[in-house]
Design a protein. Structure first.
Ligand code: 9MR
Length: 441
């Protein structure tokens, strides 16, 4: 990895051949020791030749140390930057997603504006998980959080990538009990002291849950595929593959789903049910497959997990399971080789399905320094190049949160594209611009 040095704000200011970057408060410049400084972007043509020339020249001196400097810009205007990330991805046929909720990334006008300027798809970060649909009486109902998010999406013509129908986590333990009212004296989530339900009971509970979700959404927002229903995809199952190679479960997680079914066919059933209810029963007759059905997992950038994931997918294909897409969460750090992310996408190409980057975030470690933020920009830039190379199969790329402070990993170092003041980080620039602009690490 090449050394990156940040001179910090107010550090060395580069020559300004093209003017400041529109939409950015700070101007980001590359300065290397053997040449002039180069502005990464210009106001009139973000993909212009002058910029490329500058960067190529900068990259040509790669014997190097690439110190980077920030310089405050007096003239940069806010909020008008090349159609945002969605504009860039749209050119590739990929949706630009963010995980958020009405109560977090959409709870101020400024946050809503930032979401709408940059993304055209939202994954509900928590509200649509199984436990989000039940009250204390085990009654099924759409929550206000889910309703608000769907309404925001429907009103603003933004897509929803649903998350998640079947998951070992954030599912009430009673769901897996033979008697759902049996008192569970074990306080650990995912474990119950009560006798487990049998397979037939679980098959019916799963079917009912999936039908209820599809029906509740279509009752309020119209059938799937209609103009008012924003749902275009769903994580049907999440995190079913084991972290280690457990031969007893054929590499699958020994969850309460696995235990109650005594096998992985709960996954097959989930796709059958989702296909029936989202793409048939509650679908608009004019659209024969409105909801793209995904399987989703983490650590697919690691070869062992990926091998087990692919083996499961092979079995699903052999069983004729109606799945449409393969999700890669990509919760990574600056030390995760980006080539491993690319290997994950490449290895899954043979299935001829859609793929999605479903939960992208890249922690810097702490303390978060300017140098780390620049390196993170370079990392996101490498990921963006991978996205370009795999655009044909990619359905969407989703960052797991709007601003660093709202991230589930905020303690591990600023993982996202916007800081807590909604300022665009180098990671944002790297993600939103197609032209080759960042020197490699
Ligand atoms: O980001 C989510 C966080 O707010 C929740 O507390 C957490 C609870 O499990 O889930 C987080 O989202 C997870 C996602 O649903 C599935 N993949 C891993 C994500 C990070 O934990």
């Amino acid at each position: 990895m090449k050394e990156v040095r940040a001179n910090g704000f107010g550090g060395r200011v580069a020559a300004e051949p093209n003017g400041p970057i529109r939409g950015l408060r700070k101007e980001y410049t590359i300065i290397n020791e053997e040449s002039d400084g180069y502005t990464l972007f210009n106001t009139t043509d973000e993909r212009g030749a002058s910029k490329r020339r500058g960067i190529v020249a900068a990259l040509a001196t790669v014997a190097m140390l690439v110190p980077l400097a920030f310089a405050p810009s007096a003239t940069a205007a806010e909020g008008d930057y090349s159609g945002g990330i969605k504009g860039e991805y749209n050119a590739l046929g990929i949706a630009a997603g963010v995980a958020t909720e009405a109560y977090s990334g959409l709870n101020s006008q400024e946050r809503q504006d930032t979401v709408l300027a940059n993304f055209n798809q939202i994954t509900p970060e928590n509200s649509m998980k199984p436990e989000g649909w039940y009250d204390g009486n085990h009654e099924f109902a759409m929550s206000d959080n889910t309703r608000s998010l769907l309404k925001f999406a429907s009103d603003n013509n933004i897509r929803i990538y649903g998350h998640v129908l079947v998951w070992y986590s954030q599912t009430p333990d009673w769901f897996f009990q033979a008697d759902e009212w049996c008192e569970d004296t074990n306080n650990t989530a995912g474990v119950t002291s009560c006798p487990l339900a049998d397979k037939a009971t679980m098959q019916e509970r799963q079917r009912q849950h999936i039908e209820n979700v599809a029906k509740a959404i279509s009752d309020e927002f119209g059938p799937f595929g209609s103009d008012t229903n924003p749902v275009v995809a769903f994580d049907v199952v999440n995190e079913t593959v084991n972290d280690t190679d457990n031969p007893d479960t054929n590499g699958m997680r020994n969850s309460l789903w696995y235990q109650t079914y005594d096998g992985e066919d709960y996954i097959y059933d989930a796709f059958e049910n989702a296909n029936t209810y989202f793409n048939e029963v509650y679908a608009d007759p004019s659209d024969d497959h409105p909801v793209t059905l995904f399987i989703n997992d983490y650590n697919t950038e690691q070869s062992g997990k990926r091998t087990r994931y692919a083996a499961l997918l092979d079995r699903m294909v052999a069983e004729g399971v109606p799945f449409d897409g393969i999700g890669h969460q990509f919760h990574v750090t600056l030390t995760t080789a980006t080539s491993n992310l690319e290997a994950a996408l490449t290895d899954m190409e043979r299935f001829n399905k859609k793929q999605a980057i479903t939960e992208l975030d890249v922690t810097t470690g702490t303390p978060v320094t300017e140098a780390k933020l620049i390196e993170q920009g370079q990392y996101y830039y490498e990921v963006n190049q991978i996205i370009h190379r795999h655009a044909a199969q990619l359905f969407s790329v989703t960052v797991w949160g709007l601003i660093d402070g709202l991230s589930w990993r905020s303690g591990e170092g600023a993982p996202l594209l916007f800081d807590d003041n909604l300022e665009k980080k180098p990671a944002y620039i790297a993600t939103s611009v197609i032209a080759p602009t960042f020197p490699s690490r």
